[in-house]
Design a binder for this molecule. Structure first.
Ligand SMILES: Nc1ncnc2c1ncn2[C@@H]1O[C@H](COP(=O)(O)OP(=O)(O)OP(=O)(O)O)[C@@H](O)[C@H]1O
Ligand SMILES: [Mg+2]
Length: 259
């Protein structure tokens, strides 16, 4: 069953048409990969579907409900969380606080809850700290739990950004280059965890340049170029298509293999 259906979505910035009637589907409980050369429109597709840009045309359905043009906070309420290509963190807050801020429905931040549900919000805070600890261990960030996010390296910031989306218990996540700047061993571990989360029901749409990760972990792959989907299928079939080599590998083969 498709959890996300994107129908003929278009987006222009001024006279530059970045998305030209893009259609794709993400099946529930799978990892679907988006691949394509720099500037082909991958990030713009995720951002537009998530409501960060005004959509020019087309429609989007999530869990069989129309969500076209909803703003990001409504998409989040529907159960989608977005991990950005460039992490958007609270740099002055600790790693732990960055995760706690991302959790849903803090009872203690509401007037009634803070005054009358003290026991419940204390219990909730304890559970959230425990959950944050588990996510940080999974992402090898636990040793930095009390460091400010601004002190982390580029790769560690990417990991914390992934941690933040996982904290919100989403039904679906958009990940824009989750392994960029992360070493190959840790990248693989992250993908293994994402794969396990999918087996428990999470659905993932991600942008990835590291072809070996798509080959090993993606269930389905779309290749974009110049705002259009040119290829779709199982990762092996897409990556071995002559058109893939022509459009993508020719440009980035060395980077993809070495990164
Ligand atoms: N906010 C914006 N305003 C104007 N042009 C934009 C904006 N965002 C993206 N673009 C342009 O849209 C095109 C697609 O950009 P996008 O970031 O979606 O590509 P991408 O496939 O994610 O590339 P990369 O692999 O480098 O991340 C580029 O030409 C880019 O300059
Ligand atoms: Mg991008």
């Amino acid at each position: 069953m498709a959890i996300l259906v994107i129908n003929e979505v278009s987006k222009s910035f001024g006279s530059l048409q970045v998305l030209k009637k893009i259609s794709l589907e993400v099946q529930a409980g799978t990892i679907t990969g988006l691949v394509g050369p720099n500037g082909s429109g991958k990030s713009t597709l995720l951002s537009t579907v998530f409501g960060l840009h005004k959509i020019d045309g087309g429609s989007v359905y999530f869990q069989d409900q129309p969500v076209t043009g909803l703003p990001p906070h409504r998409m989040y309420q529907k159960g989608i969380a977005f991990s950005f290509q460039i992490p958007r963190l609270f740099f002055q807050l600790t790693v732990l606080d960055n995760l706690l801020m991302a959790a849903r429905e803090h009872i203690g931040t509401k007037f009634y809850g803070a005054l009358f549900l003290r026991h419940r919000w204390q219990q909730q805070e304890t559970q959230l700290v425990k959950k944050a600890g588990e996510i940080l261990k999974m992402l090898n960030l636990f040793k930095l739990v009390n460091h400010k996010a601004g002190e982390l390296s580029g790769g560690q910031r990417k990991l914390l950004e992934i941690g933040r989306v996982l904290m919100s218990d989403p039904a679906m996540i958009f990940l824009d280059e989750p392994a960029a700047g992360v070493n190959p061993v840790l990248s693989r571990e992250i993908y293994q965890k994402l794969h396990l989360l999918c087996q428990k029901g999470l659905s993932i749409l991600l942008v990835e340049h590291k072809l070996e990760m798509l080959l090993d972990f993606a269930d389905y792959v779309y290749m974009m170029d110049s705002g259009q989907i040119l290829l779709a299928g199982k990762p092996q079939a897409v990556i071995s298509d002559p058109l893939f080599y022509q459009v993508y590998i020719g440009e980035t083969k060395n980077a993809a293999v070495s990164s």
